[in-house]
Design a binder for this molecule. Structure first.
Ligand SMILES: Cc1cc2nc3c(=O)[nH]c(=O)nc-3n(C[C@H](O)[C@H](O)[C@H](O)COP(=O)(O)O)c2cc1C
Length: 243
């Protein structure tokens, strides 16, 4: 009898769990977009302020046709694993150590006065113990970092899990994701960042005592910002915006 109730409640709780995961994820998007306060109705703000588009990572083009329920239904992990929507990453470029990735990624725009104000890119990769899932937000210049957040990770509380600490995340704000030529990318540094602002604009302090997780973040951010990640899309977007 007891096991019957346990299994029934497990099945009943599943949709609630999924819903909570969904809410946690869109809350993370609002945080990185600077749209979050304790008072907001997360779903309402997400619906009204955040525009989701699907990008083909290889071509950097938006998917124009209706992407179909399958794509909308699946999370990043299931997309990456799927035969149809996922692909293998060659080990020589797999610095985020994720092995597979979705062919198409959802990206998010936030507009201000009808102009793009934020571009929010899902990112993920290995930390020390776990895969870290989060978002990196770029300003309208498509190279200044507006924020970074993580909605799922399994690193050690007080050590690697400090990547979820807003105080650490704040260090990323205003840094340059990459330079004009795109041959220099943001780097997480062990110890102190440079005293030269021309250098430190591309540097973020790692977390003391959690260098391995910090390096994981460094690598996953670099992977997703590179031409193997969103690079083709970002370059296209920059060209369109700056002529
Ligand atoms: C129980 C335990 C849990 C740890 N968890 C993490 C972690 O989540 N992330 C991390 O980078 N290092 C973690 N470490 C520390 C790493 O082994 C390593 O010492 C550390 O990343 C080096 O960082 P530091 O050079 O800044 O001291 C853990 C160590 C122990 C003993």
């Amino acid at each position: 009898v007891a096991s019957f109730f346990v299994s029934v409640s497990a099945v009943k709780l599943l949709p609630i769990q999924r819903k909570n995961q969904h809410l946690e994820k869109i809350k993370t998007i609002l945080i990185v977009a600077d749209l979050y306060t304790d008072e907001v109705d997360i779903e309402e703000v997400y619906k009204n302020k955040v525009e989701k588009r699907w990008v083909d990572l290889r071509t950097g083009e938006f998917l124009t046709k209706s992407v179909g329920l399958d794509l909308e239904k699946l999370n990043i992990n299931s997309l990456a694993k799927s035969e149809k929507f996922g692909e293998k990453i060659s080990s020589s470029i797999d610095i985020a150590r994720i092995k597979r990735r979705p062919k198409f990624m959802p990206i998010y725009f936030v507009r201000k006065n009808n102009k793009i104000d934020r571009i929010i890119l899902p990112v993920y990769g290995k930390g020390l113990w776990s895969t870290l899932y989060g978002f990196i937000a770029l300003e309208s210049d498509i190279k200044t970092i507006a924020g970074i957040t993580f909605y799922e990770q399994g690193e050690t509380p007080g050590l690697g899990a400090e990547i979820t600490n807003p105080r650490w995340q704040k260090l990323w704000k205003g840094k340059q994701a990459f330079n004009e030529k795109r041959d220099r990318f943001i780097t997480v540094i062990k110890g102190a960042i440079s005293s030269n602002p021309l250098e430190s604009i591309y540097q973020v302090n790692g977390i003391a005592g959690a260098t391995l997780t910090s390096q994981g973040v460094n690598k996953l951010v670099n992977y997703w910002l590179s031409d193997d990640g969103y690079g083709v899309f970002l370059t296209k977007l920059m060209r369109e915006r700056h002529g």
